[in-house]
Design a protein around this ligand. Sequence first.
Ligand SMILES: Cc1cc2nc3c(=O)[nH]c(=O)nc-3n(C[C@H](O)[C@H](O)[C@H](O)COP(=O)(O)O)c2cc1C
Length: 130
Amino acid sequence: MFETNNRLVVLYGSQTFTAQEIAERVWRTTKVLGFRGPVQAMDDYPIAQLIKEEFAIFVCATAGQGDEPDNMKRFWKFLLKRSLPSNSLLKLKFGVLALGDSSFMKFNYVGKKMHKRLIQLGATPLLNVG
Ligand SMILES: Cc1cc2nc3c(=O)[nH]c(=O)nc-3n(C[C@H](O)[C@H](O)[C@H](O)COP(=O)(O)O)c2cc1C
C-alpha cells in the first residue's frame, strides 16, 4: 500500500498537554494504519533529520500572545532561520493541526505560521491547516 518505508513522524508543541494528547492519539491511529515512527515534542526531535523525512504531522498549540509553546522553542527558532535554503524540505509531505482559541487576537498563530514556513522551505502540504 505504501511506496516508502512507512515512516511518519508526529511532532508536537504543547504548553498544557492538549496538543501532546492529540498528537499521541493521532500517532496511535498512524500505527493502526501501518506507519511507524516516533511521536515527540519538537524540541526532543533531532531537527537535522527533518530534511530526510517524507511524512510528518505537526500538532501545534499557540501559547501566550501568539507565542510558541516552550517545548518547541528551539525547533521553531531553527526553522525560522533566514539562512535556510528554500529547497531544504523538498522530500517532506506534511499536515499541520493547529490548536488555539478564537477569543485570542492571534488565533492559531503558531500552527498557521508553521504551515506557511514549511511550504517556504519546499515541503508539500497534504491538506489545509486543521
Ligand atoms: C495563557 C494562554 C495563552 C493562549 N494564547 C493563545 C493565543 O495567542 N492564540 C490562540 O489561538 N490560542 C491561545 N491559547 C489557547 C491554547 O492554544 C489552547 O487552549 C490549546 O488547546 C492549548 O494547547 P496545549 O494544552 O497543548 O498547550 C492560549 C491559552 C492559554 C492558557
